[in-house]
Design a binder for this molecule. Sequence first.
Ligand code: IMP
Ligand code: MG
Length: 194
Amino acid sequence: MIPVVKGKTEIPADRGRRVGGYTMEVLFTRQVIQERVRDLGARISRDYQGCEPIIVGILKGAVFFFADLVRNITIPVKIDFIRARSYGSSMESCGKVDITKDIEIPVQSRAVILVEDIVDSGLTVEALVEHVMKKGASSCSICALIDKKERRLCDVTIQYTGFSVETGFLVGYGLDYNERYRYLRDICILNSGE
Ligand code: IMP
Ligand code: MG
């Protein structure tokens, strides 16, 4: 079971430190993240040449990844956002996905790329791909900064992956724990103390 961070919440972006008996350690530095985002932007630019895809950021976790990614794509794109809630405030998916803010640009007959911070059970992206395809998109691919495999419950294909991890609860670069730590520039892992 992954520990809960208690106590101080003002964690410096670039330092692992002990917080209420738990440690927060940097897993992916801002430099490594930017390199991966550049690669993903280059791949998407090649794959979608000539078709002006609609890049849809999944709020709120993907916000920084999305902003960096779209600026590393060198072909014309349209951008929009969708918001889905599956987690409440715990570390585990509740298994139900609510769309609380929908895409506003018409996606009919358009190529859509959903940009997600982290795919865990896969329920969120599975539900959102279905939603986008029901709206008549011609295709819907997934670009996830992190593919976390251990708790996967459905068979989703992630076309563009930044990093793969087996397990662990990650925060920073948009990822939160109870709405905290999204602002960290690096991606950190919460570990139980020694
Ligand atoms: P899924 O539906 O189980 O794939 O959950 C995806 C959502 O759960 C992500 O968009 C995140 O908001 C949240 N999530 C899953 N794992 C983590 C994590 O390690 N840190 C922060 N949020 C996470
Ligand atoms: Mg979240």
